[in-house]
Design a protein around this ligand. Structure first.
Ligand code: KG4
Ligand code: ZN
Length: 348
């Protein structure tokens, strides 16, 4: 049995979580509102905010878990991918704590963390360990990993054995949500407001060109461009066009993005014969995508795994659970470990 402290600081949320093996004891998050005014994450401001937040966030996580620093068996931190200045804060903190407590240090790939969020357990009222999302996939399973920086279909053969079957050749789908939202005059990050407006709109109101990309790879930059030109032409004729059609615009954009994802996921299931299909990453919070995954799954006899909403966007619980699997496998690192802004996916 192990107490694992997880630290996540790859982008604009500072998070710390404590797990006992795979069981969640606490997961604390400090979001940075400072970026809203800029319409995107400002790296310098992000690293400064991480510096301010990291000590109180870790203290709070330990307090909520009811454990002292001396009880921690290992510390897992996000090594990358992410923003260098932000990653450095978490990495340095983790190293300091590892030295002061003489405990092993475990580096975690952020993307692997998103996928393994499906293995976070909680205790039910009877004190039994149950998956936080209600059920857990068996190996091998497919995972559609959709975040602000990545879009991939991954074959997960074992907790630490991943194979990328397809990925975006340009923008990530989260980026497409964010850029589309910006064109609509919505706040950053753009996924949540597009999701909200889309609920009131007609997803078939407009058609935006879908790309033709080989095999299981994705492309989202074409949709963004076609959306941009469409809006530009309409606004030239009618300056208030966006305000008058916001729900339909959001719903149609979201529908197109989801369609692109689902086309490839259906193809991946056909190619691999694997019918256990999971969703992970920040965009997996999208209600339209979750509904569509479930509907496709019901229609096609897949077993669909949706992460609990609190584990969709960046959080340290997913880093800690990945840390637990690596701790079990004896995969610890030395103090000379450095953050990596772009990782060759799932590489050590
Ligand atoms: O995983 P994440 O928190 O950070 C990265 O690792 O990138 O993902 C952030 C992305 C952003 O692009 C954000 O707009 C998107 O997740 N997102 C959503 C929703 N909530 C967050 N996209 C669509 N619908 C949502 N409800
Ligand atoms: Zn993420």
């Amino acid at each position: 049995m192990a107490i694992i402290l997880g630290i996540e600081s790859s982008c604009d949320d500072t998070s710390a979580a404590v797990l006992q093996d795979t069981v969640l004891l606490s997961n604390v998050m400090a979001s940075q509102d400072v970026h809203k005014a800029y319409g995107g994450v400002v790296p310098e401001l992000a690293s400064r905010a991480h510096q301010q937040n990291i000590v109180p966030v870790v203290s709070e996580a330990l307090k909520k878990a009811g454990v002292g620093p001396e009880s921690i068996d290992a510390i897992a931190f996000t090594r990358g991918p992410g923003l260098l200045g932000s990653l450095l804060v978490g990495t340095s903190f983790a190293k300091g704590l590892a030295v002061s407590q003489s405990i092993p240090l475990i580096e975690v790939n952020h993307l692997m963390g998103h996928v393994l969020s499906h293995f976070i357990d909680v205790l039910n009222p009877e004190g039994e360990r149950v998956p936080a999302s209600g059920k857990r996939p068996d190996f091998p399973f497919l995972c559609l990993l959709v975040s602000g920086g990545h879009t991939q279909i991954v074959k997960v053969k074992a907790p630490l054995d991943f194979e990328i079957l397809g990925q975006t050749i340009d923008d990530a789908v989260g980026e497409a949500f964010d850029k589309g939202a910006k064109l609509l005059g919505l706040e950053y990050p753009g996924g949540p407001p597009v999701d909200r407006w889309a609920k009131q709109g007609n997803p078939k109101a407009y058609q935006f060109a879908k790309p033709h990309i080989k095999a299981l790879d994705f492309s989202f930059s074409g949709v963004k461009t076609s959306f941009l030109y469409f809006l530009r032409d309409r606004v030239a004729e009618e300056p208030d066009y966006i305000a008058h059609h916001l729900p339909d615009l959001a719903a149609s954009l979201q529908w197109t993005l989801i369609d692109i994802l689902m086309d490839k996921l259906v193809k991946a299931v056909k190619m691999t014969g694997i019918r256990q299909v999971a969703l992970a990453g920040g965009v997996s919070a999208n209600s339209g995508l979750r509904d569509r995954m479930q509907a496709e799954g019901d229609k096609r006899h897949w077993d669909v795994f949706l992460p609990p909403l609190r584990f969709t966007t960046d959080n340290a619980a997913m880093i800690a659970v990945t840390g637990f699997f690596k701790w079990q496998a004896g995969q610890t690192v030395g103090l000379d470990v450095a953050p990596v802004t772009r990782t060759a996916a799932f590489a050590e």
